[in-house]
Ligand binder design. Structure first.
Ligand code: FAD
Length: 404
């Protein structure tokens, strides 16, 4: 059996990037389909869901989708610091609820959502440009013809790989996490745990979701370390070092595992009739492997630009280029700078981490937030070094402002 559909725009992947792209395209009057391989949107959670309340508000995500955070605690083998804010500015998302809300918003505006469609083939015209995709679904082979395809398939980058435009990411983060019920937790405080014991190339975390539920996870940089994050997480849950011990009895609810690209912004993200967005485009802050807000923001831009192009009848690379121009202007220099800091962090020894926390401790909360969000605007960094002339913060400034 086989089925065939005709759309203006086909979005592969029902994650935050895909749903956001479909939303703005549907709003713009375009016939759009989201293709998702799983049984439902966000069936599998692959992220720990930390983001920023300012972005949440900008996107209109409802208040019951997140737990607010206002204290940022760090622990290294022999040091522990907390930076406290007067109001919560960070948040831990209920990932499933948020991603489903995003998809539902797109559906309300007219996007069709197809689940259980595992896209595994591209359809090309005689020039070799993409004109649709094919996948296996509940009714056998299913073909979707379209004027533009958005690859929002995340880490696997299914469509652009099938087009032969990219190969597997070389550098990436692998993360394992348990969502658990605990006895004691301060629901407004997150923990980042650094040093060899937690992760030899990365960090471990405790992110509270409210109601005594937290996510405990471990992220490991690849290929820098061959440590398996799942195994390391199991060890930490058993030995309970540092702040994990304070949680008391831990009862696992759900296991999460995911991969996130960390090759920098190396990919071209527009081709004739094709756009890459979110993780498939590598749009993540490498410092803390944060990509959800970029996926939503640039997903919306991708939907807008592609729908305008479809309406104009011209969907080649040059017509789609305003999308690439938009995201590059906004994040390219920040992501490159964050990559340099991450390269420094990934090589720190336990003793160096103990000292690094003393540097971070000196930051005002606004400075810390600029830093962790990779908001490395020149004026922010100049303010930072004027306020801390003697600190090693200056070294970070020098690192960030070095030419790429
Ligand atoms: C361990 C870990 C922790 C993270 N923590 C954070 C964090 O705290 N904060 C943050 O902002 N970011 C975090 N990230 C990054 C964040 O998860 C991603 O940047 C974000 O999810 C990217 O969204 P996306 O829509 O591009 O891709 P995804 O969320 O991966 O969505 C892709 C969708 O495409 C579907 N799909 C894939 N292949 C196919 C196919 N062949 N056919 C049909 N459908 C397909 C998938 O099932 C999925 O639903 C983390 C990542 C990892 C791995």
């Amino acid at each position: 059996m086989s089925e065939e559909y005709y759309y203006d725009l086909v979005v592969v992947g029902g994650g935050p990037a895909g749903s956001s792209a479909a939303l703005t395209a549907a709003k713009n009057g375009i016939k759009v389909a989201i293709l998702e391989k799983e049984n439902s949107i966000a069936e599998t959670v692959r992220t720990s869901g930390v983001t920023w309340i300012q972005s949440i508000k900008e996107f209109g995500i409802p208040d019951d989708c997140f737990n607010p955070i206002k204290n940022f605690s760090f622990c290294s083998p022999n040091n522990e610091i907390t930076i406290s804010d007067s109001i919560p500015r960070a948040a831990v998302l209920d990932v499933r609820k948020t991603y489903r809300w995003l998809a539902h918003e797109a559906e309300k505006d007219g996007a069709d959502i197809f689940v259980k469609i595992n896209v595994n083939e591209v359809i090309k015209n005689e020039k070799g440009d993409i004109i649709g995709v094919r996948g296996s679904g509940p009714n056998g082979k299913t073909t979707f013809h379209s004027k533009v395809v958005i690859d929002a398939s995340g880490f696997p980058s299914t469509v652009c790989k099938a087009m032969g435009f990219v190969t597997q990411w070389k550098r990436f983060g692998a993360g394992a996490e348990y969502e658990v019920k605990v006895e004691n937790v301060d629901s407004e405080t997150w923990w980042l745990m650094v040093g060899q014991q937690y992760s030899p190339a990365g960090y471990a975390w405790i992110f509270p979701l409210g109601n005594n539920i937290v996510r405990i996870g471990v992220g490991v940089g690849k290929p820098e370390s061959d440590v398996d994050p799942t195994q390391r997480l199991e060890e930490l849950m058993k030995t309970k070092p540092g702040p994990i011990k304070k949680l008391g009895k831990i009862t696992p609810i759900e296991f999460h595992y995911g991969l996130i690209p960390n090759d920098g912004l190396t990919r071209k993200t527009v081709f004739n009739n094709l756009i890459l967005v979110g993780d498939s485009a590598g749009q993540a802050n490498p410092l803390v492997l944060e990509g959800i807000r970029y996926a939503i923001k640039f997903g919306r831009v991708a939907g807008k630009v592609s729908s305008e192009a479809i309406k104009s009848g011209k969907t080649d690379e040059s017509a789609l280029y305003p999308y690439e121009e938009n995201w590059k202007k906004e994040i390219e220099s920040k992501i490159n700078a964050a990559g340099k800091v991450q390269n420094k962090w990934i090589a720190l020894s336990d003793e160096e981490w103990d000292k690094e926390l003393d540097i971070i401790k000196e930051l005002k909360v606004e400075e810390f937030l600029d830093f962790i969000k990779a908001d490395f605007g020149l004026s922010n960094m100049i303010k930072l070094t004027t306020r801390h002339p003697k600190l090693a913060v200056r070294q970070l400034f020098n690192l960030v402002k070095e030419k790429n």
